[in-house]
Design a protein around this ligand. Structure first.
Ligand code: PHE
Length: 341
């Protein structure tokens, strides 16, 4: 029997398989249910017990050889067939176009803002979205239990009211003052959270870009000029900016900023409630208390800060009427920004 196994093993090794038919013949001869291998296993049952161990091992080796060869050639032949198939395809047919994605309108506005401010020497700073009371309030001159804290409906963490979701990116100003000596000239774009009912005009998460400039002799006219330049670059040369007195705990004096309504160009329409102006954010001179709390000497340095809504600016620029569109991921909306850079 050993002789027979050896002979079969040479036969298998030398068997030429070059087509689908060859492969089938090979299978029928060796590995199929009625093939030689099955017969051999039948014969094996009658072998004397003391020879079973040696012969058994040999037969198994033969089986592996036979099946291995079958699988290898099957793979080669299948691959050849597949190739033949592609050769038959009509290569002159037009291609199915690749669906290209597009940038999210908020990212478009964000990069445009960064581009404009980088040209006048502002770098970009970032910070965490989960913050503590110090960075969101205390270091920004919000006194303990002061009603100003309620201007911003804050999400607190129940188990530890010291931890919260930042309500503005002014937190990054605090982080920046903590790690860098003046001069500081930076903008902070980022996501912020407020506990507000979701509507066409408000969301519990949105994006802001804040700016901070601290150096010797920084004045309110620097603030005005910077924002004047920004608005013209962002919205066009014929857009005007105006400042209205306001209040923020961290700036003194403080102002709210309006720009010419982009829809009616100042004529008066529904969007601007017939006023010709729309609000884009707040600004002011950094309060000396904030500088002190952040170890900067207010006798030596002054600074300005501003904060604007990225959603608001995007809505004005592209005339989007509902803020919820930004987070719904409806491709019919998003696709309209493909090709916009
Ligand atoms: N942090 C303010 C807000 O979120 C905006 C602001 C920033 C106002 C800087 C003045 C100066 O409402």
């Amino acid at each position: 029997m050993l002789e027979k196994i050896k002979a079969l093993s040479t036969e298998i090794e030398n068997y030429l398989i070059s087509s689908k038919e060859d492969l089938e013949n090979y299978r029928l001869a060796f590995t199929s249910r009625n093939g030689i291998l099955s017969q051999l296993f039948e014969e094996f049952k009658t072998v004397a017990n003391d020879q079973k161990k040696v012969l058994g091992a040999e037969i198994n080796k033969l089986k592996q050889l036979a099946e291995g060869k079958f699988l290898m050639h099957k793979e080669i032949i299948d691959a050849q067939e597949e190739n033949n198939d592609t050769n038959k395809k009509d290569l002159t047919l037009p291609v199915i176009p690749n669906q290209l994605g597009s940038r999210h309108p908020l990212s478009l506005t964000r990069s445009r803002i960064i581009q404009i401010f980088e040209r006048i020497g502002f770098n970009v700073s970032e910070g965490p979205e989960i913050e503590d009371d110090w960075h969101n309030f205390t270091a920004l001159n919000f006194p303990e239990n002061h009603p100003a804290r309620e201007m911003q409906d804050t999400f607190f963490i129940n188990k530890n009211p010291d931890i919260l979701l930042r309500t503005h990116t002014s937190t990054v100003q605090v982080r920046l003052m903590g790690r860098q000596k003046p001069p500081i000239r930076s903008i902070m774009p980022g996501r912020v959270y407020r506990n507000e009912a979701i509507s066409a005009r408000a969301h519990c998460l949105f994006h802001q870009v804040e700016g901070l400039y601290i150096d010797k002799d920084v004045s309110f006219s620097d603030l005005k000029n910077t924002l004047y330049y920004f608005v013209k670059e962002m919205f066009g040369k014929d857009i005007e900016i105006r400042f209205r007195p306001s209040f923020f705990p961290f700036t003194e004096p403080s102002a709210e900023m309006d720009i010419t309504c982009l829809i009616c160009k100042g004529e008066g329409c529904n969007v601007c409630k017939q006023s010709g102006w729309v609000e884009i954010g707040g600004a002011g001179m950094v309060d000396p208390n904030v500088l002190k709390a952040n170890n900067i000497n207010p006798e030596e340095y002054t600074g300005f800060a501003f904060g604007m809504g990225i959603e608001r600016m995007t809505m004005l620029k592209y005339q989007i009427k509902d803020l919820r569109l930004f987070t719904e991921n409806d491709v019919r909306f998003l696709r309209q920004f493909s090709g916009v850079v």
